[in-house]
Write a protein that binds this ligand. Sequence first.
Ligand SMILES: Cc1cc2nc3c(=O)[nH]c(=O)nc-3n(C[C@H](O)[C@H](O)[C@H](O)COP(=O)(O)OP(=O)(O)OC[C@H]3O[C@@H](n4cnc5c(N)ncnc54)[C@H](O)[C@@H]3O)c2cc1C
Length: 384
Amino acid sequence: MSYFLTEDQEAMRRVAQKFAREELMPIANQIDLDEHAPEWLTKRCGELGFLAIRIPEAYGGMGGDLTTACIILEELAKASPAFAGLLSVEMILCPGVVDILGTDAQKRRLLPDSATGHRVMAFSQTEPAGAGNTKFHQTRLTADGNAWRLNGHKLFCTQGAAKSYLVFCKTERDGQQGYGCVVVEREDEGFEVQKYEDKLGWRGTNTGPIAFNDVKVSADDVLGDLLTGNADIAPVNQASFMGHAATSLGCMEGLFDLTVAYVKDRSLYGQPMHRLSPVTDRLAQVYAKIEACRSLLYSSTRLLDEGRMTGPQGSICKAYICDTAFECTSQLLQMWGGSGMMNSTGVNRYMRDARAKMVAEGATEMHHAIIAATIGFPVSMVEG
Ligand SMILES: Cc1cc2nc3c(=O)[nH]c(=O)nc-3n(C[C@H](O)[C@H](O)[C@H](O)COP(=O)(O)OP(=O)(O)OC[C@H]3O[C@@H](n4cnc5c(N)ncnc54)[C@H](O)[C@@H]3O)c2cc1C
């Protein structure tokens, strides 16, 4: 189904499909088994133009729409939902934060290299008090002459081979307190990557805790308004939620395609497996859900691209599509019997990656709270 995509969008889909099939799929299971993705993968995505899509032309990008970015993520996720998740952070979230908060000089410094894959960036907000519970976050920027010092630590930072970290922190100016964003470079003195976690899903993305021990931050590294930086990124968050929904859509589709091929090939009780009516019934239900999710996603990205979005479409897509992806991948996995349980077959990673997406970038319940607020039931996200 075309979903009224343009020729340029379809052309980009073909480039992403080819890369996913020929370069990503052959190593996708190894990434999952090893908890390690090779660095060349991100650079290759830079060469293919994927990372430039959402970056304005003035800063070395293509100034493309969110729909195209989501098409790329959907195609890559069919092979490796985990790597597509990392790429979503690189394509949409991090450049979006720099673009919306940064000065012209900061954009010139950070975005052109990000567009080529030579400056991987990380988004760092979550703390032990809870990701959305920013009132209780401890990471703090304090004045030090003409510069600043950053102290604290963050959890679950998805980094790949990050060079620059966009760190959200408590700030203070002239007695006023706020929550802003600063740039920390990996080589900065006092910055520490503590470890990379061994995860259930979304493996190979170098997710883990990071710490700041008196890291010096110059005024050039403060993105946007010191006190209100975090408040301004809501439109980027909504776009990013759709990017993650696109990876969950691709995740469902990837396992669906593998499962269709499998049941066509497999013989069970002396007959082709697909002759068993529960099998085709289940496949039909999953297919319908994939189509419904695709319609929701691309009608939402279109609203955003055309500047007509009035509600929390990103949260709706993130909550609904990510939950559906877990439900569907779990149903599909069932059809593989014992071989689906074996990590070596590369099948169960789809379900594990789908499960991680129900938490990463906002647990489903947090998105439900955002949706509930827009229908008249506001819930405070910062209750202590
Ligand atoms: C694989 C992975 C990668 C990640 N990468 C990053 C990253 O790059 N940068 C980053 O900053 N963070 C990252 N995170 C953190 C992620 O954004 C948070 O885990 C997520 O937002 C949930 O926050 P929390 O873990 O603090 O859960 P908590 O806030 O402690 O919530 C625990 C549970 O409480 C429930 N809950 C939470 N809020 C509400 C609410 N408002 N209403 C009702 N119930 C609620 C949910 O069931 C939730 O799962 C990553 C997480 C994962 C799993």
